[in-house]
Design a protein. Structure first.
Length: 54
């Protein structure tokens, strides 16, 4: 999704399209300034939390 959000690349995946539309409308509605960046999986908090559940 990073490429679609940051570089506005179009995807055929309907789920990703819907998520991107939601994120973009949320950003516009709240007048947010957003900077996207890729997080290494070692530093990804959700990755760490999901491993604890298993």
């Amino acid at each position: 999704m990073y490429a679609q959000l940051k570089m506005k690349i179009i995807t055929q995946d309907e789920f990703i399209k819907n998520r991107i539309e939601f994120i973009q409308s949320f950003i516009k509605q709240r007048k947010l300034k957003v900077e996207f960046k890729i997080i290494n999986s070692k530093n990804n908090l959700t990755e760490k939390l999901s491993k604890k559940r298993d």
